[in-house]
Design a protein around this ligand. Structure first.
Ligand code: NAD
Ligand code: UGA
Length: 435
């Protein structure tokens, strides 16, 4: 079996590499020449734990290839996956489908024998049918089917999520396409992950509904965290007490600075637009988006209050910039909303992140200084803000940090530490939803 993966980003590179690991011959194609050149030289353009080793292994074993050319690859493929970006379209919140449709047109030109074209990108309902129409219009004689196979992996845990998923969803309307997809995913099915077959529209909506539901859990607990602060309750206890009910579940009830990343923010917005287009209200998801924005604003106030009511002239050491640990991805990271607001009001920011600093330099105000060392970051700071719960911030040498700082405010936006422990260490400790 031969697979072409169009788009060698977080999803395409991980999916392509994992399919190769299953024994399939995979070519990852990307328009970004620099990215492909890096991959050809054994350099992985993103940080994802375990990916470098798995790419190397599959390249060495001759199953994984990289190219900028669709022409020589699509004609020989059984399945062609579209895994290009679907960012928020500027101005209106819709998913921008220009990369998906450009890929569809390109694929159409090079189809030869029967091929299944699979949407792996997160796309609004109706996109698979549009892809089908584009291919038919561009190449009326092509023998093909279009399928929808949304991806549910998380960054930072992408390989294990891909190899051991809770489910694989395939939207297909032909037996031939279904057979090929089932064969491709057979190794996953062997570990008893269910492969769920649906129509195209349901597969597309399952993806948005899943992300929106997970975002809802986060906004819900973030809203409850404000109430905890007001009434003197502990959000950890509340989340645990709720989550022990199997109908609710413990996951995704961790209060924090608001969700970020390349998907929840854009996918919740896109779902609202999809509903609007179909004349349906989506009040819950609209509120989820509002609550998330409010949570970020609340974090700014929390930091300001910890600094005695004004951040002007204060130095803030920020530990963690990425939207979550174990990734270098800065897309829609809470840091991008919180730090510029503090800088605008006169704060000086010193930042540290194990993987995100290069990308952060492009996105944050130029005045931010970056440090490779935690000690250098906290030196002379009036406050420390723990923004992202990287493992190396979980066991900080608190005594050392307290001595290096000019002030003693510690604002833990991920609730990594215990209030008593921090007070004992001499900090004026602030966290989320724990009075
Ligand atoms: P990304 O931006 O990391 O990668 C997309 C890649 O596609 C880029 O390298 C770009 O150069 C390439 N590309 C664009 N147009 C192309 C074309 N015509 N031909 C070849 N290559 C082209 O994006 P991503 O994070 O991998 O996301 C891809 C899709 O998967 C999105 O729809 C996203 O919502 C969805 N998704 C992402 C994740 C995640 O964790 N990042 C998880 C599940 C689903
Ligand atoms: C998310 C989903 O979890 C994946 O299933 C999905 O495939 C992916 O989006 C996508 O469509 O791209 P990801 O964005 O990589 O994955 O990361 P998550 O672990 O879901 O975290 C997203 C954001 O929510 C982060 O900012 C994280 O800090 C925040 N979060 C998560 C919380 O604030 N609290 C929680 O309890 C969980």
């Amino acid at each position: 079996m031969k697979v072409v993966m169009i788009g060698a980003g977080y999803v395409g590179l991980v999916s392509g590499t994992c399919f190769a690991e299953f024994g399939v011959n995979v070519t990852c194609v990307d328009v970004d020449e620099a990215k492909i050149k890096k991959l050809e030289n054994g350099l992985i353009p993103i940080y994802e734990p375990g990916l470098t080793e798995l790419v190397k292994k599959n390249v060495a074993e001759g199953r994984l290839h990289f190219s900028t050319e669709l022409k020589d690859n699509v004609g020989k493929a059984d399945l062609v996956f579209i895994a290009v970006g679907t960012p928020t379209r500027r101005g209106d919140g819709h998913a921008d489908l220009k990369y998906v449709y450009a890929a569809a047109e390109e694929i159409a030109k090079h189809l030869q024998d029967y091929t299944v074209i699979v949407d792996k990108s997160t796309v609004p309902v109706g996109t698979a049918r549009n892809v089908e129409r584009i291919i038919r219009e561009t190449n009326p004689n092509a023998d093909f089917d279009v399928a929808s196979n949304p991806e549910f992996l998380r960054e930072g845990a992408a390989l294990s999520d891909f190899m051991r998923p809770d489910r694989v969803v395939i939207g297909v309307e032909s037996d031939r396409a279904e057979k090929l997809l089932r064969e491709l995913y057979r190794p996953i099915n062997l570990i008893e992950a269910p492969i769920m077959k649906t129509d195209l529209e349901s597969a597309e909506l399952i993806k948005y509904a899943s992300n929106a539901f997970l975002a809802t859990k986060i906004s819900f607990i973030n809203e409850i965290s404000s109430l905890c602060e007001a009434v003197g309750a502990d959000v950890h206890a509340v989340a645990k007490g709720m989550g022990l009910d199997g109908r609710i579940g413990r996951k995704f009830l961790h209060a924090g600075p608001g969700y970020g990343g390349s998907c929840f923010p854009k996918d919740t917005q896109a779902l609202v637009r999809i509903a609007q287009e179909h004349g349906v209200s989506s009040r819950i998801v609209e509120s989820v988006i509002e609550v998330n924005a409010a949570q970020k604003a609340r974090m700014i106030k929390k930091i300001r209050n910890a600094l005695g009511g004004s951040e002007a002239g204060k130095t803030i050491a920020v530990l963690g910039l990425t939207f979550k640990p174990e990734t270098d991805d800065m897309r829609d990271a809470p840091a991008l909303a919180i730090l510029p607001a503090l800088i605008d009001k006169g704060a000086t920011i010193k930042a540290h992140d194990p993987q995100g600093m290069e990308e952060a330099k492009e996105l944050l105000p130029a005045s931010v200084s970056y440090h490779d060392d935690i000690n250098a970051t906290v030196e002379n700071a009036d406050a420390v803000v723990l923004m992202t719960e990287w493992n190396n911030y979980r066991g900080l040498n608190l005594k050392n940090i307290r001595q290096q700082m000019a002030g003693n405010a510690f604002i833990d936006l991920r609730n990594v530490y215990e209030p008593e422990q921090m007070e004992k260490a001499g900090f004026d400790y602030h966290c989320v939803g724990r009075a």
